[in-house]
Design a protein around this ligand. Structure first.
Ligand code: DGY
Length: 436
């Protein structure tokens, strides 16, 4: 094992809390949904499938009775994290677990494809099948919720009602839709995220006001249907829905392997394939764009999440080629130029909201790089996929397992010893798209 891999294993052990792996014990001391999915891949990559399964079980333990899997499960609460369980108050929701505080929103649905990866790679076939059988009903219930609660009209795409559900908290994608969120009468509050990370690398104060206002809105509706219907922020995100689709491909494969019915899942796959073409593909810009549900229009921001549509196989070969040529290989958009040196910045450099060092407004994230590289490979762009892998290794070798990286200098930003950066160095190959 080389030094980088040894260091990555070290980060996993250091952040291991027994039941779950904290993304960072200081900055993010609880369980986060998509972080847990990537952490499980890291554990599996070093052969510890039992530990990977424990991570998934800990995540599912927070599942609500309506199927929703929350984006934070507050193991280890109380802590200094804000907004904590006392702000979310999941106890107000009749569907929430009674004995374990959670948040009241979800996060990108990575869990089903992670479980399918574990199922495919666990050398102990009996254990693999038992775990798949154990978790399949919960995963299917989650996806039923993603359709029933977040796509009540059956368009084929799930909406999100908080930027945190996209995982890309302060992306320029949300600037316009978030501007409609009223913040009058917000109670005074104290952020905790500046304690370990410089302010210039974190979301702005106005973003936090709106993040909090949205939580209070949803909480006032006990996280129920009326809160979604009346939410001042409702968006259909490409990354979120591409990962939902990829997970549903995985659910389909698991259903077949386990002898479960497949018709319902086939229907989901069919509808999202169509909706990606009719609603999210922008023929003029030649890119998949997010959809602002309240304005009834596409959001004209070229974000790296668009490339994740390739990971889910949702682009035609021509669309994939156009996205690559027009944006990924274009130095005015994502490709290195005199200013940036590394792939893949989170947002096109041509976007007026681009900021090289601020969280999801420009820096490079290892999970997006991995998903984009494997998406490119799915469409035959093997050279470009390799290039992204090399850039990622360079960033980690240069700056360690940071939360995100400055695409100009490769400097590590955000918190250090970040779980998914380490887990994905180890588990990079596991994300390769393969079918059972
Ligand atoms: C944070 O606290 O920054 C998280 O991303 C919200 O879930």
């Amino acid at each position: 094992m080389n030094d980088l891999r040894k260091a990555a294993v070290d980060v996993l052990h250091r952040n291991d809390r027994g039941t779950f792996t904290a993304p960072s014990p200081r900055q993010y001391p609880h369980l986060w949904l998509w972080d847990a999915g990537f952490a499980a891949l890291g554990w599996a990559a070093i052969g510890d499938f039992e530990r990977a399964y424990r991570e998934i079980r800990a995540t599912l333990r927070g599942q609500w009775h309506n199927g929703m899997i929350p984006h934070v499960v507050f193991y280890g609460w109380p802590s200094a994290y804000f907004p904590g369980a006392d702000v979310w108050r999941s106890d107000l929701a009749p569907e929430a677990p009674k004995d374990l505080p959670t948040s009241g929103i979800t996060q990108p649905p990575v869990l089903a494809f992670v479980v399918e990866i574990l199922f495919r790679h666990d050398p102990d076939r009996q254990r693999a099948e038992a775990f798949a059988r154990e978790t399949f009903p919960a995963l299917r219930a989650y996806h039923r919720w993603l359709h029933a609660a977040r796509d009540p009209e059956g368009v084929g795409l799930s909406c999100i009602v908080h930027p945190w559900e996209s995982g890309m908290d302060n992306s320029p994608l949300w600037d316009q839709p978030l501007s409609r969120v009223p913040t009058e009468g917000l109670p005074p509050y104290q952020r905790a995220d500046h304690h370990w990370v410089p302010e210039e690398q974190r979301p702005r104060a106005i973003d936090y006001d709106r993040f909090l206002a949205l939580i209070l809105h949803l909480r006032a509706h006990r996280y129920g249907e009326s809160g979604v219907r009346t939410s001042p922020f409702r968006v259909v995100d490409v990354l979120f829905n591409a990962l939902r689709h990829r997970s549903e491909e995985a659910l389909y494969a698991m259903a077949q392997a386990l002898g479960e019915p497949t018709e319902e899942i086939e229907g989901w796959l069919e509808r999202s394939r169509t909706a990606f073409q009719t609603r999210l593909w922008d023929p003029e810009r030649g890119f998949f764009l997010d959809w602002d549900d309240l304005a009834g229009e596409r959001i004209p921001v070229i974000a790296a999440g668009g490339f994740v549509a390739l990971y889910a196989g949702l682009a035609t070969p021509e669309q994939a080629r156009e996205m690559v040529d027009r944006y990924l290989r274009n130095p005015e958009a994502f490709a290195p130029d005199g200013g940036t040196r590394y792939l893949v910045p989170t947002v096109s450099k041509g976007d007026p909201g681009w900021e090289a060092r601020r969280y999801w407004r420009g820096p490079i994230w290892i999970n997006l790089n991995a998903l984009i590289a494997h998406g490119l490979a799915r469409y035959g762009f093997h050279g470009l996929a390799e290039e992204i892998r090399h850039h990622t290794l360079d960033l980690i070798a240069r700056s360690g397992f940071h939360e995100y990286y400055d695409p100009r200098t490769g400097e590590g930003l955000g918190i250090g010893n970040f779980t998914w950066s380490a887990a994905l160095l180890l588990g990079w190959e596991l994300l390769k798209v393969e079918f059972l």
